[in-house]
Design a protein around this ligand. Structure first.
Ligand code: ACM
Length: 627
């Protein structure tokens, strides 16, 4: 009886305190204290803001709340809002320009910040404190409880980026806005927009109209990128698109209202086939038949990071007309994008055509250099001068270090961490975005389940990323970024699928203090976010539920190793040609694969229910995986 009374008492307390509402915020705040009680958002809830600079954020909160709740919250300047957004008159030390303090109780909610950006991140947290139905795109009946909390929160890094490649596939203005809408929920503040490449030039340059008349369009092709049929002579180029100046101004404004800085990328001197389709005279080979590439194979990779191009996609560094061209391009880019950085690419520039070109040879003589790499250094220096004349800073992929770069240039370290470490030691600002941790185009799960591409990058690996290597002066590490290349991503839905959940993991890498990160505690928040995404209609991958299948050899035998990325899954498998279920063998430790034509079938279960994909691998595939 005593026990029963105690139990009832505890239930009453916990219900009244709102402590049954488990809190799931991504990225994990710096400090979160759950208190007794809760606030209930109703049709009477008002939103107040103390200064005009906070009005935009207050109105964005109102419009986010309005759709799922059907309420019409009054938004007013003053100090009496049930949800009150306050800009501090004396800067609150410790939370910086993007931090906030959020306090909720039965009486209401107060968010304080030094700058409007902090209020904006405060409302992202508030939306995640609300029930998951807050993501609904239609009004639903619900009790809109906000648990009582005190949160003090601010980011670890100032550069929290996602890169989107719109050259390999084109995405519309509305899709780009939607992508930005989604990323800000996780407190990303930088959108790196990869606007040009071999497969399409996507930004209108009014003084160079052929860039989009010709360069934005390619012949339509299906199938695996890099293995598609090359354009046929005379074949019409019908796939593509580009952003007009008006489109770009609209997107820049949209992003800036959401505290996102856009870093536009014009990728030169390599990756320029679309520009050369429009203006072939800008390359060494000047091939008038240069076409925008539809995803056909134009290079041979030698397996060590080096490659040979069959088709010239490189601007000619010895031609003054190239710099006149770049000046025109960057004049318009600099006018359109207010941010301090312009990304000028610099990656994967093949120098084979430069080596054979007599004007490039003459330039090398004049510069007194013998290494063709140094021509890229010369080229990037010229680009940096063009940008600095327009008040912009150059950031480029880490290859720009090889030709030598000027002190003001910043480096995006992608091939690994080493390049970023070297750049930081040389005193350059660095954004860490190494393939091994941040390449969102890589498959998330087994390549027999996910559409295969160059490599696999599981969410756990993303989560384990630390952009700040030991021994590096943290002042030079601006932050990090996830990169989404779109060779194999023809639809907006596929962009979302590849971005999430890994960009949730990276958001925590970029925002949350390293010591507060915890993979096992992250998983329930990811699963809560799956539910929110389902309601929001945002795509994501469920690869974390799948088995990870690897094999190795031991004493000449082929051994099978099965793992799961997240704890608490039961892995069941068969090797006898039958479909597995939870009565099949449960994996405990490495097992020998019997000789003969064996097929592995493996599936994961949780609490008696199948949860992952069925993965099927024949003997040949198992052999190929052997470490
Ligand atoms: C890159 O992935 N080529 C920067």
């Amino acid at each position: 009886m005593k026990n029963l009374i105690f139990l009832l008492l505890m239930m009453t307390i916990s219900m009244a305190s709102g402590q049954n509402a488990t809190i799931h915020v991504i990225p994990q705040p710096v400090s979160l204290q759950q208190l007794n009680g809760y606030y209930v958002l109703t049709g009477q809830t008002t939103i107040g803001y103390n200064r005009p600079e906070a009005r935009n954020v207050a109105e964005m909160l109102a419009s986010r709340i309005m759709i799922p709740t059907g309420f019409q919250p009054v938004v007013q300047q003053g100090s009496t809002g049930a949800i009150q957004l306050n800009l501090e008159s004396l800067p609150e030390p410790g939370i910086g320009m993007e931090g906030y303090v959020l306090e909720s109780s039965s009486k209401g909610i107060v968010i304080k910040a030094n700058e409007a950006a902090g209020l904006f991140y405060g409302i992202q947290t508030l939306l995640q404190l609300l029930p998951e139905k807050i993501e609904s795109r239609v009004a639903v009946d619900h009790t809109w409880i906000v648990p009582a909390v005190k949160i003090t929160d601010y980011p670890r890094f100032g550069w929290r980026g996602l890169m989107l490649d719109v050259s390999r596939h084109f995405f519309t203005k509305e899709e780009v806005k939607k992508y930005i809408d989604e990323m800000v929920k996780f407190k990303y503040n930088t959108f790196h927009w990869h606007l040009t490449d071999d497969n399409g030039w996507r930004i209108e340059i009014k003084s160079l109209p052929r860039l989009t008349e010709v360069g934005a369009w390619r012949v339509p092709r299906m199938g695996y990128f890099n293995q598609r049929e090359a354009p046929k002579p005379g074949e019409p180029a019908t796939y593509g698109g580009f952003y007009t100046h008006e489109d770009i101004r609209e997107i820049v404004k949209y992003a800036s209202e959401r505290f996102v800085t856009i870093v536009p990328e014009i990728d030169v001197p390599g990756h320029s086939m679309a520009a050369l389709a429009a203006y072939p005279e800008l390359s060494c080979t000047k091939d008038p038949d240069t076409r925008v590439n539809p995803g056909s194979n134009f290079a041979e990779w030698h397996g060590d990071g080096t490659f040979t191009m069959f088709v010239d996609n490189t601007l000619n560094p010895s031609d003054e007309k190239v710099y006149e061209f770049l000046d025109k391009v960057f004049t318009e880019v600099a006018e359109l994008f207010p941010g301090e950085y312009i990304h000028a690419g610099g990656d994967e520039c093949y120098k084979g055509f430069w080596e054979k070109d007599k004007d490039c040879q003459a330039l090398m003589k004049k510069l007194k250099v013998t290494d063709v790499e140094k021509l890229q250094g010369y080229f990037m220096e010229r680009v940096e001068k063009i940008l600095s004349d327009k008040g912009k800073k150059l950031i480029g992929w880490d290859e720009i270090l090889e030709g030598g770069i000027s002190p003001g240039a910043s480096v995006m370290s992608w091939r690994g961490m080493e390049q970023g470490i070297e750049a930081a030691h040389l005193g350059h600002d660095v954004v860490m975005t190494p393939t091994a941790f941040t390449y969102l185009d890589y498959t998330q799960g087994d390549p027999t389940i996910d559409p295969p591409i160059y490599a696999t990058l599981r969410m756990e690996k993303c989560y384990g990323f630390d952009p700040l290597p030991e021994g590096v002066d943290p002042r030079y590490i601006l932050g990090g970024q996830g990169n989404l290349w779109t060779e194999q991503l023809p639809t907006y839905r596929s962009l979302e699928y590849m971005t999430y959940p890994r960009a949730w993991a990276l958001s925590e890498v970029f925002w949350t203090p390293a010591e507060a990160k915890n993979w096992e505690m992250f998983i329930p928040r990811v699963e809560n976010q799956f539910g929110r995404s389902d309601i929001a209609g945002t795509a994501y991958s469920r690869a974390i539920y799948d088995a990870i299948v690897s094999t190795f050899r031991k004493d000449g035998k082929l051994m099978l190793d099965l793992r799961s990325e997240i704890p608490g899954l039961d892995i069941h498998y068969t090797l006898n040609g039958t479909m597995p279920d939870d009565h099949s063998a449960r994996y405990v430790q490495a097992v020998e694969v019997p000789d003969g034509p064996v097929t592995l079938r493996v599936i994961t279960y949780r609490e008696g229910k199948p949860i992952g994909h069925l993965i099927t691998l024949d003997r040949n595939m198992l052999e190929q995986r052997a470490r």
